[in-house]
Design a protein around this ligand. Structure first.
Ligand SMILES: [Zn+2]
Ligand SMILES: [Zn+2]
Ligand SMILES: [Zn+2]
Length: 964
């Protein structure tokens, strides 16, 4: 058949995908926690999927489960879970479980999910919570011991030394405990995971029917928890076992908790209501509380304990060792405790099933029957006593009668009167034989009578002998044990002297040369730790102070504390040889700190030594010159509020001069004794007490010294100043105020000590200053007022100069007081003073004509004299005057004229013959001349001039007429 061409109807699967995940990806193989793993199964499916008839199966590694029918999709998804045990079981030995789910619909569609991998590992049980761990004396613990990692709850543990191993079940643990390498270990049944009661579930094993069988080993089985077994623990073989623990150990349904068939077993301290059956072996029992002890064989020794029932089938053998009065049995019917007191032939019976075959009743004291009246009896005078003790003494006493019987040498018995107690004092007895009879009178035991052993009591005095006295004890009689004689007493000598130190008191050790007994005596008190001494401040800065003190040998150290910030701050210190040093740091400048030091040794501390240290003040700053003169400089600086004052120093004459300023508010000082115009180095240190801050340096400069020796001269237009040379100056500045401003002239170098200022006005007062300067500094100065001399007179000119006189004039100077007029005559200046300023003229006399004279005039005012104005004057001879004809003759004429004393003579000329005829007359007084040779009645022209040397005055003409 070929269907290739047939159309195919492809049906869509109802489930599209199944996605599997889980939040747990690790399981512990060795855990018994068996958690349930919830898987998240997410299904994607079409809308037409019938909600019912969906199932799943799962696969773990090679294992695939059968189908499981679910009623709905949501149930399938919600219940996707597997138990850890199942996963581990199905995964076999794999290191991981590969898990997937297959989701199947009822009509055959199925889809497989992805695979989830879960690691299968062994837990190292490294985080076990063990409530029994610190319960060495056992308890009644009802909390599980479990591992925090794998959550396994342990059924058992084995400890050996510090080694602890935990087990999921007791069988495995018991198996390990029996191994020879675990000899001496302790096996603990633990409160297990089955909850209340802590029933130990013993895994069934082939042939053992679930019983725990211990056949070997040598270990302790210790109960720290309330424990119940479903099956007995069987002990046989070569096992050496101690069973202990103050907890109830029971088996269910009245089975035996323990069956001993062999081995060496000790039951010690079981608090149990359980049954123990002993069929063989060697069993020791003490301090147990056992419900029913069944003894069918073996060797049993019971020293104490309680039993509700003892059943034995082997009579004498078992009970023969019951000699301890602390041993008791409870009546199972009445629940009352019953004393067992039985001589070897006596019996005691209970109302309900108690069977005691044999019980001893013996006289237990004294051990021997010899009584020494002077013997050693520490518990008082001995008595004969029997060992049985009534349980409820009040009640039993009322029902029991004691009789003490003496037997004489012939065997006759006599009841000792008044001896009705369990004890019979030997004090009043004589040597003989005695026994006690006990008779019950209560309802159940009425008439039961028991007879104790017969003992012989020998009453005698001891003749002490033997034994050796020691230092402290008398000799002890070897016969009766009494002490006799006297002790030797100790022979102490000092064998060691321990000096006291700072920690321990001193003492001497005394030792007895005989017995070596020693004691400590001659105690000397602990040496007091001395106060620290020689405290010294080694170094101080603004923020640190190094201190040291003398080391005290033998102490452990020192408490060094500095009070900083309102609290004591601990300071480290270190010893170096003889000294101990400590550094106080983090301090503030210029402060006082309290420090205390005490040595300590062991728990002893010496008294604190307190003292103060100061820190160095901060340096000053801002050293400024406030004011300088030529000899002093006032400086100032910033205030240091923590200082006591300041030390100011300046370097002069190759050394520092010092000045101390007290009080921190005083922040300036005058440095004096300085030279003018000089630069000095200064330094300032703030001090506090004897601590000085580092210096702050600066320079000061004195002013050049004031200019001295100033002299002034003035002219009409200038003044000239002179002064003394100033060695401290670089030069000079001369200032004067003119034209509304200060004008200045600077002289460089100190050698030139004069200056002239010109172009000034006369009569004017100028303010002038001379300052010496050095660099930029100027000396002090005084204002000088300089008044210029009167203005130079003007308009000086010669008004007239004839013969011996000249008149000079000038412009009047209204500012002047007057004038000096001088002309140089006769080799000197001839002065003429005019004492008012209006007379601006002067007549100069005594001149010689034709001689030129220098003339000068100056104005004066007060004592100031203006510049001279110069001119010259040259007088001429005045023309001849007053020519008169004295006589006229016809041929001569005599003429006379006024004499001129300034003249040397006269030149007289007459015009005659067409020419001037000259005649010279010498001498000024010859002012008359007669001219002859004239014609009568003729008029002649005459001219006369006076002469001086070669100079001649102008001619004066006259006409003269001769007589007829
Ligand atoms: Zn674990
Ligand atoms: Zn003695
Ligand atoms: Zn001694």
């Amino acid at each position: 058949m070929n269907n290739d061409n047939k159309s195919v109807n492809v049906e869509e699967a109802p489930i599209k995908s199944a996605t599997l995940s889980t939040e747990m990806n690790k399981l512990y193989r060795n855990s018994n926690a068996n958690p349930t793993l919830k898987f998240n199964l997410a299904l994607a499916h079409g809308s037409n999927l019938n909600d019912s008839y969906v199932s799943k199966r799962y696969g773990i590694n090679s294992y695939v489960s059968g189908d499981i029918i679910y009623s709905s999709l949501s149930a399938l998804v919600k219940d996707a879970k597997l138990s850890a045990d199942e996963i581990i079981d199905k995964a076999g030995n794999s290191v991981a479980a590969k898990i997937y789910f297959v989701v199947i619909t009822d009509d055959g569609y199925e889809i497989k999910s992805n695979t989830v991998s879960i690691d299968l590992v062994d837990c190292d049980h490294s985080q076990v919570v063990d409530p029994t761990a610190d319960k060495e004396t056992a308890g009644n613990i009802t909390e599980p011991t479990y591992c925090e990692i794998c959550e396994s709850k342990f059924n058992a543990k084995i400890t050996k030394g510090d080694d602890v191993r935990y087990y999921n079940n007791l069988d495995e643990a018991a198996k390990d405990a029996q191994k020879s390498e675990n000899e001496g270990c302790t096996l603990y049944p633990l409160y297990n995971k089955n909850g209340y009661g802590g029933q130990l579930v013993l895994k069934k094993k082939n042939g053992d029917g679930g019983q725990l069988v211990i056949t070997e080993g040598n270990f302790t089985l210790k109960y720290a928890v309330r424990t119940a077994f479903s099956r007995p623990i069987i002990i046989n073989g070569k096992a050496k076992l101690t069973v202990t623990g103050r907890c109830a150990v029971t088996a269910f349904e009245n089975q035996d908790a323990f069956i001993v068939r062999g081995g060496d077993v000790t039951f010690d301290g079981l608090a149990t209501g359980s049954n123990v059956t002993i069929n063989g072996g060697n069993v020791t029992m003490a301090a147990n509380n056992i419900n029913c002890l069944t003894i069918n064989g073996g060797n049993v020794s019971i020293s104490s304990g309680g039993f509700a029932e003892i059943v034995t089938t082997v009579s004498d053998k078992v009970i023969a060792d019951y000699i301890d009065p602390g041993f008791w049995v409870q009546d199972r019917g009445t629940k009352e405790w019953i004393d067992i007191y039985s001589l070897n032939k006596a019996t005691a019976s209970s109302t309900n099933g108690l069977t005691v075959r044999l019980c001893p009743m013996q006289i237990i004291k004294p051990i021997d029957t010899v009584y020494y009246t002077n013997g050693y009896y520490p518990d008082g005078i001995p008595s004969l006593q029997i060992n049985a003790e009534p349980w409820y003494s009040n009640e039993v006493d009322a029902k029991v009668a004691y009789q003490w019987i003496a037997i004489d040498e012939n065997g006759y018995e006599t009841v000792i009167e008044g001896a009705t107690d369990r004890k019979l004092s030997l004090e009043n007895l004589t040597t003989g034989r005695y026994y006690c009879r006990l008779t019950y009178s209560n309802a159940t035991t009425a008439g039961v009578s028991m007879k104790s052993d017969v003992v012989t009591a020998t009453i005698t005095e001891c003749e002490h002998s033997g034994g050796e006295a020691t230092c402290t004890k008398k000799a002890k009689c070897e016969i009766c044990g009494a002490e006799y004689g006297e002790p030797l007493g100790h022979d102490y000598v000092v064998i060691k002297i321990v000096e006291p130190d700072y920690r321990n008191e001193g003492y001497s050790v005394f030792e007895c040369t005989r017995c070596k007994d020693s004691y400590i005596g001659n105690r000397v008190p602990v040496k007091p730790i001395p106060d620290v001494e020689e405290i010294a401040v080694e170094k101080t800065t603004y923020n640190e102070v190094d201190i040291s003190w003398k080391n005290i040998s033998g102490v452990d150290g020192y408490y060094v504390e500095c009070y900083v910030g309102n609290q004591w701050k601990q300071i480290n210190c270190s010893a170096d040889g003889d000294r101990v040093a400590a550094k106080l740091s983090g301090l503030s400048a210029g402060l006082k700190y309290k420090v205390r030091i005490a040595a300590y040794a062991g728990s002893f501390t010496a008294k604190f030594r307190c003292f103060y240290v100061d820190t160095v003040p901060s340096p000053v700053w801002n050293i400024n010159t406030v004011k300088a003169t030529d000899e002093t400089v006032r400086i100032s600086w910033s205030r240091n509020a923590r200082a006591d004052g300041y030390k100011v120093e300046w370097y002069i004459n190759n050394q520092w001069s010092v000045k101390t300023v007290t009080g921190n508010n005083n922040i300036s000082a005058v440095i004096d004794g300085l030279c003018a115009g000089t630069r000095y180095k200064v330094r300032v240190s703030a001090y506090k007490g004897d601590l000085y801050s580092p210096y702050t340096y600066g320079y000061i400069d004195t002013l050049p010294s004031k200019v001295t020796g100033i002299t002034q001269t003035v002219t009409s237009s200038s003044f000239t100043l002179k002064w003394d040379k100033n060695e401290s100056a670089d030069g000079y500045t001369v200032q004067y105020y003119a034209d509304g401003k200060w004008n200045e002239k600077t002289l460089v170098g100190n050698k030139k000590t004069t200056v002239t200022i010109g172009s000034l006005k006369g009569y004017k007062t100028y303010k002038v200053r001379i300052k010496a300067y050095k660099g930029e500094l100027e000396s002090t100065f005084d204002d000088i007022y300089i008044t210029t001399a009167p203005t130079k007179v003007s308009g000086l000119k010669v008004k007239s100069a004839v013969d011996s006189k000249a008149v000079v004039i000038w412009n009047a100077d209204t500012n002047a007081d007057g004038y000096n007029v001088e002309y140089y005559i006769g080799g000197r200046w001839l002065e003429k003073t005019i004492t008012d300023n209006k007379t601006a003229m002067a007549v100069l006399g005594g001149l010689t004509p034709y001689i030129t004279y220098k003339v000068r005039v100056r104005a004066y005012k007060d004592n100031l004299y203006g510049d001279y104005s110069y001119t010259t004057v040259t007088a001429v001879l005045s023309p001849v005057t007053n020519i008169k004809v004295v006589s006229a003759k016809s041929n001569s004429i005599t003429v006379k004229w006024g004499k001129n004393a300034s003249a040397d003579g006269y030149k007289v000329e007459i015009y005659k013959g067409g020419k001037w005829v000259k005649k010279t007359l010498k001498g000024s007084t010859n002012a008359t001349v007669t001219i002859g040779g004239l014609r009568a009645g003729s008029v002649y022209k005459v001219r006369i001039a006076s002469y001086k040397g070669a100079n001649t005055s102008t001619y004066t003409y006259a006409n003269v007429k001769t007589a007829k």
